[in-house]
Design a binder for this molecule. Structure first.
Ligand SMILES: Cc1cc2nc3c(=O)[nH]c(=O)nc-3n(C[C@H](O)[C@H](O)[C@H](O)COP(=O)(O)OP(=O)(O)OC[C@H]3O[C@@H](n4cnc5c(N)ncnc54)[C@H](O)[C@@H]3O)c2cc1C
Ligand code: SF4
Length: 484
């Protein structure tokens, strides 16, 4: 514990950021990391709890109290080494993680939690700046060859761990660039893509081969990969979007969020995007209140939409959580993202009844909605949605973005040909514990990330990629020195 009275002396300090009015004129990151002195002071707020709830709240079990103390004591390089013990890519989580560790922090019971994510951000960015992060190639090659399908955070974390264990790893990716949803879903203003390129350079020096533009199941058969590799990891994500099959769904101007967002990321990367879907001068309606919806809001404002609204089926959550009930778990409360702050009308407990055509009869012009109530079913105890009588209304919208979550992985390319078992939600079935951890119903094939657990978070994908790498290493070598 750096400073015994730190949490009494110092307030939590949020990272500075560029104002909403100017940051919407570009696509760059706008959150500025803490200065070294600020980070030291924030580290001093950590109480080094006997039971560090932050660490169990963190999906990769970051050793948070240790690096808080090391930063306070100006031992940045040791802090970086401690951070890397549990997380391959803190520069990703330090930017886009919702920080369940902070919800779990003991200080959060009756005060503001330690700014764990901002300290992580400061450590990792300083580490790169100082040149402390270098390739760590394995001292001995095992001769085993491994194919990884999908280059999101799960595939990348698994690839780095397995290469460092001495295996020859190839990552196959159907998109033109590596990174999964971090490259093509998450906008640049939340996480710039040169961060992924920089890690790729490190991983290539560690022996990882990247094969973008290769769709497994189309350009190369999955059976072929299974035949020619000692193990295959499936990290293909949960790409099937939830649709809204109401009248007018086929009108022009109604798109899935993941048709809209990747195009802007490609444009930012300097690619020509013919017929790009744009929010420019549009009245935009985003349907769905999660991260993806919020990213559509931020992107629409940057594209200079005329107006941006967002609706959600669920009722508006409370502004403040009841900490006595929720701590140390992730609380249900109203979350206002930086994209919302940039301008957005939000509405809750609203259902969509139809998309209505505008003047040309082809493109959506407005959306018919109705208010709903959530009632508890007396028999089952489950909540059910009931439409409020005479509550229909219309919203003007000539661009509608559907951001209602993802149903699970696509099955045609790898799951069906290998006849893999799936769980009740349609994800690839694999346990996370025991002798067969991360192993699918095909002994040589493993699965991790959103493809196994369903739509989730970057930090969970990193955790699964790391744990799966250890399972694969054990499967190939009989034992593994990789951490779980
Ligand atoms: C718009 C959006 C914003 C998000 N924002 C956040 C956020 O702020 N914070 C956060 O923590 N999480 C966020 N998430 C969730 C997070 O991005 C995912 O949970 C995470 O990326 C999952 O990682 P993954 O490696 O399992 O899969 P993915 O990142 O989905 O990567 C899977 C990759 O596999 C490739 N692939 C699939 N099939 C094949 C095949 N047959 N052959 C070759 N390649 C294939 C895909 O092209 C893709 O690149 C967001 C998600 C979206 C959609
Ligand atoms: S729970 Fe909070 S105060 Fe306690 S060790 Fe973790 S970060 Fe520090």
């Amino acid at each position: 514990m750096g400073k015994i009275t730190g949490f009494l002396e110092f307030q939590r300090l949020a990272e500075a950021s560029e104002g909403a009015a100017t940051r919407t004129s570009h696509y760059h990151e706008f959150v500025l990391r803490l200065t070294d002195d600020q980070a030291r002071q924030q580290g001093a707020r950590c109480m080094d709890c006997g039971i560090p709830f932050c660490q169990t709240g963190c999906p990769v079990n970051n050793i948070i109290p240790d690096w808080n103390d090391l930063v306070f004591n100006d031992r940045w390089q040791d802090a970086l080494a401690t951070l890397h013990q549990t997380n391959n890519f803190p520069e990703f989580t330090g930017r886009v993680c919702p920080a369940p560790c902070e919800a779990a922090c003991t200080l959060n019971i009756n005060d503001q939690p330690v700014g764990i994510k901002s300290i992580e951000h400061a450590i990792i960015d300083k580490g790169w700046e100082m040149g402390w992060i270098v390739p760590e190639p394995a001292p001995v090659a095992t001769g085993k060859v491994i194919a990884i399908v999908g280059s999101g955070p799960a595939g990348l974390a698994a690839a780095q761990q397995l290469a460092r264990a001495g295996h020859r790893v190839t990552v196959f990716e159907k998109s033109p660039a590596i990174g999964g949803l971090m490259r093509f879903g998450i906008p640049d203003f939340k996480m710039e893509k040169h961060l992924i390129d920089r890690r790729m350079t490190q991983m290539e020096a560690e022996g990882v081969t990247f094969r973008p533009n290769v769709e497994v199941g189309v350009d190369v058969a999955i059976d072929e990969l299974v035949k020619t590799h000692d193990a295959v990891l499936l990290c293909g994500g949960a790409e099937l979007p939830r649709d809204l099959p109401v009248p007018g769904r086929d009108l022009e101007g109604v798109h899935f969020a993941m048709e809209f967002l990747p195009q802007q990321n490609l444009a930012v990367a300097g690619h020509e995007v013919p017929n790009q879907i744009t929010a420019k001068k549009c009245d935009v309606l985003v349907i769905g209140g999660g991260d993806t919806g919020s990213d559509c809001v931020g992107t629409s404002n940057r594209q200079k939409a005329r107006s941006v609204s967002q609706i959600e089926l669920l009722p508006q959550p409370p502004r403040e959580e009841n900490k006595a009930m929720s701590w140390p778990y992730w609380p249900l409360k109203l979350r206002t993202s930086s994209s919302h702050e940039e301008g957005c009308e939000r509405d809750w407990a609203v259902t969509t009844k139809a998309f209505l055509p505008g003047a040309d009869g082809k493109r959506v012009g407005s959306v018919k909605m109705a208010r709903i109530e959530w009632q508890k079913d007396a028999k089952t105890g489950l909540s059910r949605m009931v439409e409020v009588a005479d509550s229909e209304f219309e919203i003007k919208a000539n661009l509608v973005l559907l951001a209602m979550g993802f149903l699970g992985p696509r099955i045609e390319q790898v799951i069906e040909p290998l006849k893999l078992e799936r769980d009740a939600r349609g994800n690839v079935r694999a346990a996370t514990e025991g002798e067969t951890a991360y192993q699918t119903s095909h002994a040589k094939v493993f699965a991790a990330g959103d493809m196994r657990r369903g739509q989730s978070l970057v930090v969970w994908a990193i955790r699964e990629g790391r744990q799966c790498a250890q399972a694969v290493d054990r499967y190939l070598m009989g034992e593994s020195g990789l951490p779980r």
